[in-house]
Design a protein around this ligand. Structure first.
Ligand code: WTA
Length: 700
């Protein structure tokens, strides 16, 4: 990792930051919003003060129903493997479903909106969800033979089958591992193998941008690839998008593939007791990209995770029983796990799920859904906001919906885009939270508390209650608020939502997240173990944090984390390719897009066919979201004298930024050749780019 080499100090002067975004004025929430907010009393800030840490988190744990109450809030005896609410036992499914039946059995848990506009919505009440989850849990034990502690992988898109499958596993104490539906068979296989899953739950097809995608074909690739890697998936359980009607062309494999809608008929009305799990038992794995080609399985706990997402759903998402809450994210990512499924259901909300893309069949679609369902809390990512703004800047005005609250998550949001979100989407009425966090974290780390702290466009805000961020420079100095320097944002103490380890790689967990700023490796005091996020940030004088982007080798494409090594190793599977280097390019809609540079094996001639092949291999191995914008076949990569590829130089070329001094390179002449290839003969004035791009790959 580049941080470990001490070269990549994310230092930016105030002036440089100002080139991108200046410090904005506060925007205040309305009196109406404040009047109804769950966290309107500043006493919450007192309760979560540093001196009350870690006991303050009892408040979140008390939102849950415990089979056995816990005795120790935080056991830090084996850092950095934190244990929360030790001694406690609970079941996550019971907390999200069963316990709501008494008062809310006829309330909608989910309202599922299919992409085709003429297909009816499916409103799933808590009672119906309870039935479905029990039946599937029964089938999983009796038919598929899964037991508490086993892993089950899902490769599912945005259909109700996904939360039903998650909750059925949670009911049994089975660890689920959902792989984003848009990922390739290969990416799914890698995750099946890493988690050691013997059962895969998937679907035959789903709608995306007006097309019925044949998903079962991808599932078959996953199972075949897993087999090549030595893991035999014994049972592939297939939901059907239209029960009773198979929409895929891929044949069902006898003795391996089964239709769930058929099998479930045998389990009608069967109930399964929820398994009472220790608070620190793993609930699920969520894989994320990092600095190596192997994705990391972030292991999340049952008690700590659920308490944290319940607390933040209540206070930061401001969900009340009568609200209709729509998080427009994919459950295949952490945002969907925490803030479509577990958080909202823990607080008995009505959570809207939408199958398709934002602009299908036109850019008015999200606002028609909001109008029809009377959605009043809306949650999405900057990339979606930018897309909707570009495709239909005036669309929201045409629809009669009113949001009281909106969230942005996943990438920095440009103040200009923030303003459109506030004024046009939110009609100037909604309080906005810009929530900064990561797959590893379980729930929000920084945000404003919507009724208590004003919004500032482009800033995430302060640490959440009980979360104490700190920015360190490379020399371990703590940077002060308003100092105007950027550094590595860390979290001083553990929190209940934090992941427990990387599945199967505890040493990577320590090395990647804790080693850099650990004050004393022998210490058992949590104060000595700050968590390294891998993001650069700057703190304004008022304490608000502005996140500047990743400082490691991760490219954030439309809110999805892609590891450079993953993309490069996919490119290298093309037999003609000798070397590959990928860099992020600033993109108006998607935040960043990848540009892939390759050099060929000796004697081969460049050509469109090879470029196309590289693109296809990346799509095949990672997924369509990773498709490079361009593939450039270069005569040689710019390299240091020790032979390392200078990604920073090609990143500058792709972004039309200042290339800087290249005289120390082993082959400086190649830089101009590449520049002309990408930018044309004429030298254009250089563009200002974010620091992350200026320093890209500096640690290689
Ligand atoms: C980025 C998504 C700026 C950041 C929940 C982080 C953000 C990565 C924000 C995690 C935000 C997330 N402002 N940047 N509000 N939220 N990020 O794991 O770089 O998919 O490290 O989790 O997204 O992405 P992940």
């Amino acid at each position: 990792m580049k941080q470990e080499k001490g070269e990549a100090v994310a230092e930016v002067t105030e002036a440089q930051i100002a080139v991108h975004w200046k410090e904005e004025e506060y925007v205040y929430p309305s009196a109406k919003f404040i009047g109804q907010a769950n966290a309107a009393d500043p006493a919450i800030l007192e309760r979560f003060k540093e001196e009350n840490y870690p006991e303050c988190f009892k408040e979140y744990a008390d939102l849950l129903t415990w089979d056995k109450y816990w005795h120790t809030t935080l056991d830090a005896g084996n850092p950095p493997f934190w244990k929360w609410f030790v001694g406690g036992k609970l079941n996550a499914c019971c907390n999200c479903v069963d316990r709501h039946l008494a008062a809310n059995k006829n309330k909608a848990a989910f309202i599922w909106v299919p992409e085709p506009e003429d297909e009816p919505h499916w409103t799933i009440t808590y009672q119906e969800l309870y039935r479905k989850v029990n039946e599937l849990a029964a089938l999983l034990t009796k038919f598929a033979g899964v037991k508490t502690g086993d892993r089950v992988t899902f490769h599912l898109p945005m259909v109700p089958a996904l939360p039903i499958s998650m909750l059925a596993c949670a009911r049994l104490g089975v660890i689920h591992s959902e792989v984003y539906g848009g990922f390739s068979g290969k990416a799914c296989a890698d995750r099946i193998v890493d988690s050691g899953s013997r059962v895969l739950i998937a679907i035959d097809g789903y709608y995306r941008n007006g097309r019925l995608i044949d998903h079962k074909a991808v599932v078959d690739e996953a199972v075949e690839e897993a087999k090549r890697q030595g893991i035999d998936v014994e049972k592939v359980l297939i939901w059907r998008r239209f029960p009773g009607r198979y929409v895929s062309k891929a044949p069902m494999v006898e003795g391996r593939d089964y239709f769930l809608d058929d099998l479930l008929k045998d389990y009608r009305g069967v109930k399964v007791d929820p398994v009472s799990m220790p608070a620190e038992a793993p609930l699920f794995l969520m894989y994320t990209s990092g600095t190596t080609a192997v994705p990391k399985g972030c292991q999340h706990s049952t008690g700590g995770y659920l308490a944290y997402v319940a607390g933040t759903s209540k206070y930061i998402q401001d969900i009340h029983p009568e609200d209709t809450y729509w998080c427009f994210a994919d459950i295949g990512w952490i945002t969907g796990h925490s803030y479509i499924v577990y958080g909202p259901l823990a607080v008995a909300a009505t959570s809207v799920m939408y199958e398709g893309v934002p602009t299908y069949p036109d850019a008015g679609r999200p606002w028609r859904i909001a109008e029809q369902l009377d959605v009043n809390i809306f949650h999405t990512a900057p990339t979606t906001i930018r897309m909707l703004r570009k495709a239909g800047p005036d669309e929201p005005k045409k629809y009669h919906y009113h949001f009281k609250h909106m969230t942005t998550v996943g990438e920095p949001i440009e103040p200009e885009v923030w303003r459109w979100y506030h004024e046009v989407v939110g009609k100037g009425e909604a309080a906005i939270v810009d929530t900064w966090w990561q797959t590893e974290n379980g729930g929000f780390l920084c945000s404003t508390i919507p009724a208590l702290q004003p919004m500032k466009p482009g800033s995430a805000g302060l640490g959440m209650p009980g979360i104490y961020p700190v920015i360190y420079d490379e020399d371990r100095n703590e940077l002060k608020a308003g100092e105007g320097r950027a550094g590595n944002i860390c979290i001083k103490y553990p929190w209940p939502g934090s992941f427990q380890t990387i599945w199967g790689s505890p040493e990577r967990y320590i090395a990647i997240y804790y080693e850099k700023y650990c004050k004393d490796k022998n210490s058992r005091d949590w104060r000595d173990w700050p968590y390294l996020s891998g993001d650069a940030a700057v703190q304004a004088a008022d304490g608000y944090y502005r996140i500047l982007g990743r400082v490691d080798d991760v490219i954030n494409v439309a809110g999805h984390r892609l590891g450079t090594k993953e993309l490069e190793s996919a490119a290298l599977t093309t037999e003609e390719v000798a070397e590959a280097a990928v860099v992020p390019v600033v993109d108006e809609l998607r935040g960043r897009v990848p540009d892939m540079y390759i050099s060929l094996k000796p004697g081969l001639a460049a050509g469109k066919a090879i470029e196309e092949k590289v693109k296809q291999n990346i799509v095949k191995m990672v997924g369509p979201i990773a498709r490079p914008r361009n593939v450039y076949i270069v005569p040689d990569m710019p390299k240091t004298r020790s032979g390392k590829i200078m990604r920073r130089v090609i990143a500058a070329i792709s972004n039309f930024a200042d290339i800087g001094d290249v005289t120390t390179l082993a082959n400086p002449e190649v830089v101009e050749t590449i520049r002309k290839m990408v930018q044309g003969d004429e030298v254009k004035p250089s563009q200002e780019v974010p620091d992350e791009i200026k320093k890209f790959g500096a640690g290689d």
